[in-house]
Design a protein around this ligand. Structure first.
Ligand code: RIB
Length: 313
């Protein structure tokens, strides 16, 4: 499908229906435990990031695939309700809409199993159909819940057209194709993803700086490693020092999708304020993500512009 529209943020990535159970703790292997609440929500890292950018005011488009089923129909309506362009969201009868089974404990820990389903059927031809929209965008965002070669292709298309790229290597895979690093203007991951990719432990700011320097050596222009309540570190290829951005202290009830809220906000700020220092972009994105952890669910907890202090805009 062709479009003449220009977008600020375009996300090539996943849509999942989140099936969320709240329980006192995570079950052990082979164990069944009673939970006390269940709800269905809209999730998937790609869609989460897109929705957060849209709620902050970005003109957004999503490139994705869902099933020709009721979850897929609801998902497309969810994008429309949030003002996201859906011309590049395809539906297939060959697989079900992706689902994520999520357990969230009363302490806010979570464990997630995804069955990506239709997400894995996004094709190169469909990406090519989205080229005019990708070319028009200020920022393109990708993750790893679709076939990695599709994310790589999208990053190539963006760079060839001078579109700024944010790559979120989540869920992380070992032996990531080296082109992912070289095509990332911003390579943004959390502590466990940084550990898997670098092989060194990342539990604090110092260790994150060390891992970040290793990721920079692989060719990213900038690296952000998020550290939950410890904030994040920002490293730039052309600077020898890294910057620590502390988190806003809050009481978290559910951190699921907080990283996606952060990345969606990052994309919004980078598209709206291209000259803003990345450290300041990360500080503001941290404020947005801090709000998201204070309510249950992923997108259901994401703030709109109206929920945020004026100084963030
Ligand atoms: O990052 C959180 C997301 O991961 C959830 O919404 C779930 O769908 C999985 O993709």
């Amino acid at each position: 499908m062709m479009t003449e529209e220009a977008f600020q943020v375009i996300v090539v990535g996943s849509c999942m229906t989140d099936l969320v159970s709240q329980s006192p703790r995570l079950p052990k292997e082979g164990e069944t435990i009673h939970g006390h609440n269940f709800f269905i929500g809209f999730g998937g890292k790609g869609a989460n990031q897109c929705i957060q950018a849209a709620r902050l005011g970005a003109k957004t488009a999503m490139v994705a695939k869902v099933g020709k089923d009721s979850f897929g129909d609801s998902y497309i309506q969810n994008f429309k309700d949030n003002g996201v362009h859906t011309g590049f969201v395809g539906q297939t009868s060959c697989a079900a809409t992706g689902v994520a089974s999520i357990v969230v404990t009363d302490e806010g820990q979570n464990a997630i199993v995804i069955v990506a389903g239709a997400n894995m059927l996004l094709t190169k031809n469909e990406l090519r159909d989205a080229l005019p929209a990708i070319r028009s965008a200020k920022v393109l965002v990708c993750q790893l819940e679709i076939a990695p070669e599709m994310s790589l292709q999208a990053l190539h298309m963006a760079k060839e057209n001078k579109v700024t790229t944010i790559f979120n290597p989540a869920p992380a895979i070992p032996n990531l194709d080296p082109d992912f690093y070289r095509l990332s203007d911003v390579f943004c991951c959390n502590e466990s993803e940084a550990e898997l990719l670098t092989g060194s432990s990342v539990n604090n700011v110092e260790e994150a700086n060390h891992a970040g320097r290793e990721l920079l050596k692989r060719g990213c222009r900038t690296v952000i490693i998020t550290l939950g309540a410890q904030g994040c570190v920002v490293l730039k290829a052309q600077e020898s020092t890294s910057k620590h951005v502390p988190a806003t202290p809050v009481t978290a009830v559910d951190t699921t999708g907080a990283g996606d809220s952060f990345i969606g906000a990052l994309a919004f700020y980078m598209a709206h304020y291209p000259k803003m220092e990345l450290q300041e972009v990360a500080r503001r994105a941290g404020h947005v993500a801090a709000l998201s952890v204070q309510a249950m669910g992923t997108q259901s907890s994401y703030p709109h512009k109206r929920d945020l202090a004026a100084e963030l805009f």
